[in-house]
Design a protein. Structure first.
Length: 574
């Protein structure tokens, strides 16, 4: 049976003082209260646990739970008791770290056989004496404010709560700290392992640590705000590699942050009556806001809001391309034709194979590998760009991107584990079909083989001038100079909505293409791929270098308008 304790701050403080005073001279009440705390963690937290917030005028405060924190504490307790993994994604200031540490503290204090390990990406975040932001200092801080009769027999902070290790002298339980490393927590068994700010762990170390802890405990507790989509925490949260139970502590659940709740529907702001409704709307993708949220957006960057408030994995990971612009792009889904003469429906694509018969390229639906958004048209001019690969099943993919010169729109895309010779013949067929398009496969690494094959085929092959300026090398050479230029051009084209992207894989790869915070290099986040992005960037640079040229004798349907008409903006994907 749970004690009916007050949640109001002043009343709760008075209630705590009264309980402590009465227990001083009443051993029976002390015993009953200790037993109640052992059985009910929420009573213990709300009557005997403390927190510290240096931002407040009174930094040391009693921890009084909100409803969502009650639910979360019980969820973590259940995961430990039943030995299953539980991931916690959170907005900043949700109290998640304190809550999860209270659960560990409670079991360490009251249950036999409760050894825990807590870790973060650096030792200085795990434990630093008198620094309240560290994990073990939070536990020490709370233990120091427990009444003596509630603590383990013989326990003192000085003797049993040292650096990186807190010991229960009565039952032998321990809470041990450890910084991130490939063999994290593999030194012994634990009832649960906390992996704090897991999204910020080095990608390789996080993967190794996650595997290493599988044999150490039945309950792993990764906890973090998001930081991109390519790290182990994001993979777990999205269930892309394995399924895991998940807790979400979003700012809409916090009663102090929900005054003036509303959500955006186009330009209209629609009020929300309850925080529960706000949370549900946020979960299904609505833009939920409040007076507090609006004020935070004024003082934070877009990526900061995504990470610290919105639990937005894509926008929190230092995205290279504008997420708002990518959201405007319309994906054209696949259409399976009833016959091969059926036209491509509006805003759809088809999947075809290309074969060469009597010197002509013909499309076939069987064994399709090319995603086609528009058939080639007489009078239109195209660029075919390609990013080559070794062709291994688990390696990078070879990619072909076709763009129309005048609109810059994506016309066709192919990608797969194609070896250099196979992709060469595919490129040749695609380029020939699209009006003998200028063809620019990357010639770096495996592309050298591809370009040499294309040089001996019927192909309008692009050549790169060497540094000396007197020799042309077949294919497009990606260098430290050309790579940032072509990616910056693509970023500008996407941000300004200058072309229709259409292709789902291209758009998805753009969403997980980030600015590496260590090297500053734009690249795929974690293990995500960027082959279609790179081929698209090459194609855009080729259009810039070899733009559409109107022909005086071109009277085909798509080119009958005056050149002045071509300059008028055309909305093609909204």
């Amino acid at each position: 049976m749970r004690l009916d304790y007050p949640k109001d701050l002043a009343k709760n403080l008075n209630f705590r003082v009264d309980i402590r005073n009465r227990c001083i001279n009443d051993p029976v009440l002390r015993h009953e209260m200790k037993e109640l705390c052992r059985r009910d963690i929420l009573t213990w937290v709300n009557l005997f646990c403390w927190t510290k917030d240096p931002r407040k005028s009174t930094p040391v405060l009693p921890f009084i739970t909100y409803d969502y924190q009650d639910k979360y504490i019980l969820e973590v307790e259940d995961a430990i008791d039943k030995q299953y993994d539980r991931l916690s994604e959170k907005s900043r200031d949700a109290g998640a770290s304190w809550c999860i540490l209270y659960v560990l503290n409670h079991k360490w204090q009251f249950e036999i056989g409760s050894d825990f390990r807590v870790g973060s990406r650096k030792e200085e975040f795990v434990d630093k004496l008198n620094v309240i932001d560290t994990l073990l200092e939070k536990v020490r801080f709370n233990l120091a404010r427990q009444p003596g009769w509630l603590l383990p027999k013989g326990f003192t902070i000085k003797d049993h709560a040292g650096f990186m290790r807190i010991v229960n002298p009565e039952n032998g339980n321990t809470i041990v700290g450890e910084s991130a490393n490939p063999h994290f927590a593999s030194g012994g068994r634990s009832k649960a392992v906390l992996m704090d700010e897991f999204s910020k762990w080095d990608v390789t170390i996080a993967k190794s640590a996650w595997s290493a802890t599988a044999d150490v405990t039945g309950c792993r507790l990764p906890l973090s705000t998001p930081l991109g989509s390519g790290n182990k925490f994001a993979m777990l949260a999205h269930g892309t590699e394995e399924k895991i139970v998940k807790s979400t502590l979003h700012w809409t659940l916090h009663p102090n942050k929900t005054k003036g709740l509303y959500y955006k529907s186009g330009v209209e702001s629609i009020p929300i009556l309850t925080k529960e409704k706000a949370f549900e709307l946020w979960k299904i993708g609505y833009e939920v806001r409040s007076e507090w949220y609006d004020a935070e957006c004024e003082r934070r960057s877009e990526s900061d809001v995504a990470q610290e408030l919105d639990i937005n994995y894509l926008m929190s990971g230092y995205p290279f391309f504008s997420m708002k612009a990518l959201a405007l792009q319309k994906i054209f889904p696949l259409h399976v034709r009833s016959n091969e003469i059926e036209p491509i429906p509006f805003e759809r694509h088809i999947l075809i194979n290309l074969i060469e018969t009597d010197g002509k390229i013909e499309p076939r639906d069987k064994d399709g590998w090319l995603r086609v958004y528009e058939y080639p048209e007489i009078g239109k001019q195209y660029i075919v760009a390609a990013d080559t690969s070794e062709g291994l099943a688990k390696g990078d993919e070879a990619t072909i991107v076709v763009r129309e010169k005048f609109t810059n729109d994506i016309i066709a895309v192919a990608n797969g584990a194609y070896p250099p010779d196979d992709i060469a013949y595919k490129i040749q067929k695609v380029a020939k079909w699209y009006n003998v398009a200028l063809t620019a496969p990357e010639n770096n690494n495996h592309g050298f083989t591809t370009c040499n094959i294309l040089r001996n085929l019927d192909c309008n092959l692009y050549h790169t001038m060497t540094q000396g300026g007197d020799v042309k090398k077949p294919g497009f050479t990606t260098t430290a100079q050309t790579r940032p230029l072509m990616l910056d051009l693509l970023e500008q084209q996407i941000r300004k909505n200058e072309f229709a992207m259409r292709d789902e894989i291209l758009i998805k790869q753009c969403r997980t293409f980030v600015k590496n915070q260590k090297s500053g290099k734009p690249e795929a986040d974690g293990d995500f791929k960027d082959d279609v992005v790179m081929a698209c960037a090459i194609s855009g640079w080729m259009v810039k270098e070899h733009p559409f040229q109107a022909k005086a004798d071109d009277n085909s349907g798509a080119r009958r308008r005056k050149i002045e008409d071509f300059k008028k903006p055309v909305v093609r994907f909204r």
